[in-house]
Design a binder for this molecule. Sequence first.
Ligand SMILES: Cc1cc2nc3c(=O)[nH]c(=O)nc-3n(C[C@H](O)[C@H](O)[C@H](O)COP(=O)(O)OP(=O)(O)OC[C@H]3O[C@@H](n4cnc5c(N)ncnc54)[C@H](O)[C@@H]3O)c2cc1C
Length: 412
Amino acid sequence: MYYNDSSLSYRLSTMTDTPQYDILILGAGPAGLSTALHLARDFPHLATRVLVLDKARHPRPKLCAGGLVIDAETILARLGLNTDEIPHADASAAHFDFAGKGLAVRNPKRHTLRVIRRDEFDAWLAGKAREQRVEIREQVTVKDVRPDFEGVTVITDAGEFRAQIVVGADGSNGVTRRCVLPNEPVQTARVLEVITPSLPPPNPSDLGEASRRRQGRWGQAFFDFFVVPAGIEGYTWDFPTQVKGQPMRCWGVYDANMTDGSKPPLKETLAEEMARHGLDLNDYELKGHPIRWFEPWTRISIPRVLLVGDAAGADPLFGEGISMALGYGAVASAEIGEAFQRGEFSFGRYRARVARSGLGQTLWARWLIAQIVYQFKWRWFQILLWRMLKPIVLMVAWVFVLNWSHRLPSKK
Ligand SMILES: Cc1cc2nc3c(=O)[nH]c(=O)nc-3n(C[C@H](O)[C@H](O)[C@H](O)COP(=O)(O)OP(=O)(O)OC[C@H]3O[C@@H](n4cnc5c(N)ncnc54)[C@H](O)[C@@H]3O)c2cc1C
């Protein structure tokens, strides 16, 4: 039995002590909050029928370099949100190199990459959702998600909740996917990250080449693919950030771990890159976390449950997931709004809807590009790509990697 667009009929028909909602969003990261914000904008009558649960309390730590590409800012702008409101550091150029040489991308009219801290960004986004009357309950850990014919029961450490539908927005290690799609394959990238001061410590006698090189990187972002021939399917990065207003640099290494299953050591590679710039990795705190990436044929919904953000799959090429998470929110909101209008919650066409959207198009393209770029590990191929085929690479990036957010569903 399915229900029509009346929460009352649903509530009356399930008269128990279990709190009843129409929509439970599990996870208050960018994917969950974007889903809530898009619902509030496009289907305001649903906003007050949503409950967002998160195991943490904002502002909460989240390991992430915090790089926002233009599409993230476009999606936020379409929601009426502006990241000028939160602390950030801007990079004027982004360099895509092989061993220190390659192509540079600059946006003459604005910053090329904006970098936020995720504790601040996510807390700000949660505040915006609350302003739209979305209820967020924090410090509630989801343990199990049990869909049935008439709804979904969510078991948490704070008791049971019941809803007509559930949105799994609980990230790469989330419990929702494990509960509802236990047999689907899981592909994860390995990522390590370190935060350092942005300039060498004051030392007048330190006029070495490495320090000069590091000073020259001020205000710019660097992605270096020198690691690919060594079997790491990704890059090292180094870009500006800030912590409590202090300028810092964020360093890291990304391995999509996509084509051959080998796992070369990441820490040593990052240490080598940082040493070229006069930094000793051992002086800083190294942290790691997986990123679940998108594969075109993986299921991302079952009846009454759909997945968004890392739970559904981030970009395999760069491990970029914030703009994707925000984009999933737009697509999921359109799917949910229509499902409530029809009173039918199979979500059988959700994956096709994602694929047709700008989000799905860029995820498909990035998956395909990653298969090529990371499959062919020869040094000469990587040099050709990043140093010699600049116009082609820039054109592919412009058409297939960026500018997809204009092709997202919107009622406005
Ligand atoms: C080291 C690193 C660097 C990165 N750098 C970048 C970058 O520069 N740019 C970029 O675009 N992307 C980057 N990413 C990827 C990006 O962080 C993710 O793609 C993004 O956070 C996905 O958002 P999400 O909302 O899907 O999941 P998350 O941000 O992981 O949010 C999930 C939420 O669910 C909650 N949750 C989890 N489990 C439960 C549970 N059982 N019960 C209740 N709540 C739960 C969590 O507390 C969290 O708030 C990076 C990732 C890593 C690991």
